[in-house]
Write a protein that binds this ligand. Structure first.
Ligand code: ADP
Ligand code: MG
Length: 224
């Protein structure tokens, strides 16, 4: 089960600043949850603690029955969507998607099938032999998301700096992330400080202020 549980989560930075205060939250398996609040309210800090790239001051984070606190980021069954692609321009699309699996010594046949599966999912199968420098931004974004899903993560963490500079690409990225959630069943934690976007997604919204959860708004049914 990919239920995410935050229990009395706190973060005090080394300079004494308290960034996250006693956050308690349960996110169901397969849910798409939006974190929204003004800049500086602690959204990224929470995501980074879940991802394991920021120390937890106190409290617990569980994924299913597993206490994540002391598990290395790479072993957490989570993926983070990186805003700046983190792609290698001199490698082709296949090799970029395969790289993380190769570094973890996945067998060749699994790498091959996972890369093809991800490329098919994002409709970039015809680009597998192309070099990164020959892709447009949307294609690069899909390669970056492919790199995340080949690990079959249980949870995808998306911070708001993803494609913030380009409205069309941002929209496409959101559609891809909704599809990852809906069709692959991956739980998504999505951060935005855009209130209109938070509402337009029609998902559960966790409102935050000054490091605390102030309100939780349940998902509204979507109009078709
Ligand atoms: P958000 O993502 O909601 O904009 P952050 O989680 O990035 O907010 O930051 C929450 C608060 O913690 C902010 O006030 C920020 O200035 C502060 N902060 C972030 N990183 C550090 C750090 N390394 N040291 C001290 N304070 C920090
Ligand atoms: Mg942030």
């Amino acid at each position: 089960m990919a239920k995410v549980i935050l229990k009395n989560l706190n973060k005090t930075y080394p300079n004494g600043f308290i960034s996250v205060k006693n956050v308690c939250l349960e996110i169901s398996d397969g849910e798409f949850v939006v974190f929204h609040g003004p800049s500086g309210c602690g959204k990224s800090t929470i995501l980074r603690m879940i991802g394991g790239v920021e120390d937890i001051t106190s409290g617990e984070i569980y994924l299913g029955n597993d206490l994540l606190n002391d598990i290395l980021p790479r072993d957490r069954h989570l993926a983070m969507a990186f805003p700046h692609y983190a792609l290698y321009p001199h490698l082709n699309v296949f090799e970029n998607i395969a790289l993380g699996l190769r570094l973890r010594n996945f067998p060749y046949n699994i790498i091959n099938s996972r890369v093809k599966e991800a490329a098919g999912f994002f409709e970039i199968s015809s680009l597998l032999d192309n070099r990164i420098r020959d892709l447009n931004d949307l294609e690069k974004q899909r390669v970056a998301l492919s790199k995340a899903v080949v690990f079959h993560p249980k949870v995808l963490l998306v911070d708001e700096d993803f494609a913030q500079d380009d409205d069309i690409r941002h929209f496409e990225m959101v559609q891809d992330i909704l599809k990852i959630n809906k069709e692959l069943g991956i739980t998504v934690l999505y951060v935005t400080n855009d209130g209109d976007e938070a509402l337009a997604l029609h998902k559960k919204i966790i409102y935050m202020e000054n490091g605390e959860i102030t309100e939780i708004k349940e998902a509204e049914p979507e109009e078709d």
